[in-house]
Design a protein around this ligand. Structure first.
Ligand SMILES: [Zn+2]
Length: 307
């Protein structure tokens, strides 16, 4: 009887395993990456690029506190090319931790952004502004927040904003044409109905999905509500690592394989858009559609060898 129970149990497990979808295996665009000052000694450039390469990450939105980290990534033209990683540089608003809480009213930060934009990077002009944080949505109406949103719209820069849903309305009111990536699609867990409402109201709004509450169930699979939304509107979402502390770098490959696992729960065309296609389209990168990519993660062709 005991043997039979064990046998049945084993059969169920095999069954459950068979039902799990295959992970997504194509290229990844990491749309939320930081290479902050404290990461650079434990994780030098060669280390972070190797982690991206092992994870099949072929492009990154790079932003760092201070901006020297981004410039470092954007200056390593040969190393990034060899790793097959395109660097999309963003200007971060933070010179230090103190800037997190006052940037929206600090004219010297606006000037710093203008100076960085004028300087550009060795891999090309900055393509966006952020990530910035607003811990109180009322500050989305701060004078520098207004000016930066308008600057982004004027110069076709993408904004990466860690804010709540109320601040999304406020920021978009300053510059309705701005392209805004909502970091974490609301880390406070705005309801899925509210996310739908904002996506509908602002056609240039997109959601990045790291740390998004409710995205996954306890087993690390997509929750039914999120599977439905991502399947209906796959062109509106992106994946990101959010390497805001060194621990996130330490587990970078694991974070990316978690993303690959839940992307595998989506229809393949939707997964491809969220994983790669949307980021590539937003920043005009080459289309790395499946025929250009080896089946095995880790054996992806480098940029140099891509068509
Ligand atoms: Zn972040």
């Amino acid at each position: 009887m005991k043997a039979l129970a064990l046998l049945l149990c084993g059969a169920c497990l095999a069954c459950a395993t068979a039902l799990r979808a295959e992970p997504y295996r194509g290229p990844l665009f990491d749309a939320h990456l930081h290479y902050n000052v404290e990461a650079q000694e434990p994780h030098p450039l060669a280390d972070v690029l190797a982690r991206m390469q092992r994870s099949g990450v072929r492009a990154i939105v790079a932003n760092s506190r201070p901006n020297a980290g981004t410039v470092g990534l954007a200056s390593a033209l040969e190393a990034t090319r060899a790793a097959g990683v395109s660097v999309v540089p963003f200007v971060r608003l933070y010179r230090n931790r103190a800037d997190y809480s006052g940037w929206f009213a600090d004219e010297s930060i606006y000037q710093m952004v203008l100076d960085e934009l004028a300087r550009g990077t060795p891999s090309g002009p900055y393509r966006g502004i952020g990530e910035f944080h607003l811990y109180d949505s009322v500050n989305a109406d701060g004078p520098v927040a207004r000016k930066l949103m308008r600057l982004a719209a004027e110069r076709q820069l993408v904004v990466l904003a860690h804010v709540d849903d109320v601040a999304i309305d406020k920021l978009m009111a300053h510059a309705p044409q701005a392209r805004l990536i909502w970091a974490h699609t609301g880390i406070g867990g705005a309801s899925i109905e509210r996310v739908r409402e904002l996506l509908k109201r602002y056609p240039t709004l997109r959601g990045e999905l790291s740390y998004r509450p409710g995205l996954l169930d306890a087993g690390g699979r997509l929750s039914p509500a999120w599977r439905a939304l991502l399947s209906e509107q796959p062109e509106r979402f992106l994946v990101g690592s959010d390497t805001w502390v060194n621990q996130r770098w330490q587990y970078y490959e694991g974070l990316m394989s978690e993303a690959r696992a839940w992307l595998g729960d989506l229809p393949p065309a939707a997964a491809q858009k969220i994983a790669w296609g949307n980021g590539a389209a937003l920043f005009g990168l080459a289309d790395l559609s499946p025929p250009a990519v080896d089946k095995q993660v880790g054996k992806l062709p480098t940029a140099a060898s891509s068509p």
